[in-house]
Design a protein around this ligand. Structure first.
Ligand SMILES: [Zn+2]
Length: 104
């Protein structure tokens, strides 16, 4: 099992045996993302990364037809939400910001 690694400073994704976490509380000046009702999953999309699911919400970084978005699934309710489609560079920045608590 991989060693549990924790960092004291915010803004760094914590690595552990069960995967990275999105902070429960975003930074005070964090920006709100627009979350829309999730569409049906298609076989054209590919999940490139995902957060740990132990806190009941899973975030996935999804690529589909050359565009990217983040999907948020609340496990208890089964609610699926998605961001707007983005180009890869912006999507990767948004994904990093999510784990750093800069967006929510
Ligand atoms: Zn976890």
């Amino acid at each position: 099992m991989e060693a549990l690694t924790r960092t004291g400073s915010r803004g760094k994704a914590m690595t552990s045996y069960h995967g990275p976490h999105v902070p429960t509380r975003p930074e005070p000046d964090a920006k709100a993302l627009t979350w829309r009702p999730g569409l049906r999953w298609t076989d054209r999309e590919r999940v490139r990364a995902h957060s740990c699911s132990c806190r009941g919400v899973v975030y996935e970084f999804v690529g589909a037809a050359g565009q990217y978005f983040i999907r948020r699934t609340t496990l208890q309710t089964g609610v699926i939400e998605e961001t707007d489609r983005m180009r890869s560079l912006r999507a990767e920045q948004t994904w990093a910001d999510l784990f750093a608590g800069r967006v929510y």
